[in-house]
Ligand binder design. Structure first.
Ligand SMILES: [Zn+2]
Length: 194
């Protein structure tokens, strides 16, 4: 799984391998895939991942439900972020879905203390729903911080449609990645010239 979105919420919507042209495959085939993804983007720690893997073994049904909930959030985030990329109207139903997830996330926020130092933690540490809960709040900060960043872009590669944030100095990034869509485009241009 390539992480080229530039923010966890963009890498999250990019867990569907192709969005435009064709759809899929969905890279989150099961709960363990969700945990593997979450660890790579540092939404959970390796220790938390191991704890959640063990918990999921004993609670397969709840783990599947948590995965489904994560995917519902993912698809709503995709619709909202794509609307930003294409400068089209934000779909209200999708905003409602994300808003509900954010409200639930905020309820799970907790002021924690360790060795006299305070930090924002979670009341649901160790819950199977930890991943989507954290992604929802991270995505909310990303959306609310629109004035501090560039607009999300959509990769124009055939059968791609991945979303990304251009953090380059020049701001001229066109492809999700130079190694995949960018290089395929160079090959196409070369063949056309030949
Ligand atoms: Zn691409």
């Amino acid at each position: 799984m390539r992480m080229v979105g530039g923010h966890p919420c963009l890498d999250f919507v990019n867990t569907v391998d192709a969005r435009v042209g064709t759809w899929g495959p969905d890279l989150l085939r099961n709960y363990d895939d969700l945990l593997a993804w979450a660890e790579r983007v540092e939404v959970i720690t390796p220790t938390e991942r191991n704890e959640l893997i063990a918990l999921a073994v004993d609670n397969r049904l709840l783990a599947t439900k948590a995965l489904e909930r994560a995917k519902v959030l993912r698809e709503s985030l995709y619709a909202i972020l794509r609307a930003e990329a294409l400068q089209t109207n934000v779909p209200p139903d999708e905003v409602n879905t994300v808003q509900k997830a954010v409200v639930e996330s905020l309820r799970k926020r907790a002021l924690c203390e360790a060795n006299g130092l305070f930090f924002w933690g979670w009341t649901n540490d160790g819950s199977l729903e930890a991943v989507w809960v954290r992604v929802a709040l991270s995505a909310a900060s990303f959306l609310a911080g629109r004035h501090l960043r560039r607009s999300v872009r959509e990769c124009p590669g055939p059968n791609c449609g991945w979303l990304f944030l251009d953090t380059s100095k020049a701001g001229r990034r066109r492809w999700c990645s130079d190694e995949s869509c960018g290089s395929r485009s160079r090959v196409r241009r070369f063949r056309a010239r030949v």
